[in-house]
Design a protein around this ligand. Sequence first.
Ligand code: ADP
Length: 495
Amino acid sequence: MLILSIDQGTTSTRAIAFELGPDGDLSPVAVSQIELAQHFPASGWVEHDAAEIWAATLQTCREVIKKAGGVGRFAVIGITNQRETSVIWDAATGEPLHRAIVWQDRRTAGVTAALTEAGHEAAVQAATGLILDPYFSATKYAWLLDAVPGARDRAERGEVKLGTIESWLIWKLTGGVAHVTDATNASRTSLMDLKTLQWRDDLCALFKVPRQALPAIMGCAEPLGVCDPSLFGEALAITGAAGDQQAALVGHGALNPGDAKITYGTGAFLVANVGAEPVASTRRLLGTLAYRAGGATAYALEGSIFSAGSAIQWLRDGARMISESRQSEAMAQSLPDNGGVYLVPGFTGLGAPWWKAEARGAVVGLTRDAGPAHFVRAALEALAYQTRDLLDALADDGAPPLKTLKVDGGVTANAFAMQFVADICQVEVERPAFQEMTALGAARLAALGAGLVPDLSPGVAQAPARWAPRMGDDERERLLKGWRAAVQAAIIAAQ
Ligand code: ADP
């Protein structure tokens, strides 16, 4: 029996067919992927064509169904998606009324700055877990309603619909029958109460988004709609949905308080499961929903590192000290230690817990002995120091102590970096053999939503790679002291 997992990401749309084994394990059997065009109409603006996203979804699903032996083999569909990206469409025609505004888009920065100025941030954070930032959907929705002539009035009458990407796809897949969202995607809008998992009228009023235009909030593993049979030849049910970072958490099986996952790609995204009650951050981490599934609700704290793999890209393409990313591992290992050299990858400012948007990168501690290997080693070590900073912020927020750090993403191919993360963070690091955690999480939610598995626990998978901490306390403290001094140097240099 197969599960069709749709993974609608920022740069591509993918469909993956997973086979559900007798032990509840999921293995990939077919995949199809289409790149997505990025539109940059103005500085800081990023848009996607929602019609293109729908067409690519349909095409990749049809290809995967064909490759995997026909629609009759499939049980259900699960969806995961780039979060916060906001779509507006006409309820009658099902056509988008504007290009979708992508999560990275900063056009509404003035709106959130004004709301912060007016003193609304504490209340918004208390209700939603989120800081005031154009990242989240609410101000994007309001912008779309104002930009499309007549849309605001029509939205009040229910003629215009708003939704994040999973909501748009479920609308199209069900032939305009279901206007729903799952609670993890809803938790990224700034409009949902994180405790009740309902839209809040006061937030809808504050952000000027009419509630009638919003989708109904559903759980992540339950019947969400049934596909129009003309699309795939059978009326497949959609029974799972979650935003990409949350789906990855489920894919990793990070289901208990103290479990966390970090995805090391261009940037790095940490999501930590904090259990059945939301934790309010004092360190500007984001409070968010991990999942609502099988009658259970799990909350998470989230933090991001702006430059992770991008520091390695810079060594390759900017500094030209390496010709391929993977060379970095052997170069770092060619040195007995960092020689007192630290690289602070503040290329685009520093995130949690420093929050210095104006900071820039720095290399400190150079001596005449330093060469390219020191830069490379320092860049890889910085991944671990930055992770440690996020974990310290989590601990300060009272999050449950970390048990295992599950990792995925391109940088995790680097065994030196993973060992260093284990050493500096004093936690066991675990990298699964199969890396597509996002698509896997959506498939698992769909399997649970259809009653095909009893819970979200991962079935037997190939053994993961593991790194256990082995560095002594003195060495770790000495290194962390050096790192913190380097961060201060980077901050001072930018002033
Ligand atoms: P994204 O999804 O953000 O595009 P990926 O998960 O594909 O990112 O990871 C790509 C990043 O991983 C790049 O920044 C690249 O420099 C880095 N990377 C790939 N292989 C290695 C390696 N062996 N060592 C260190 N970094 C690596």
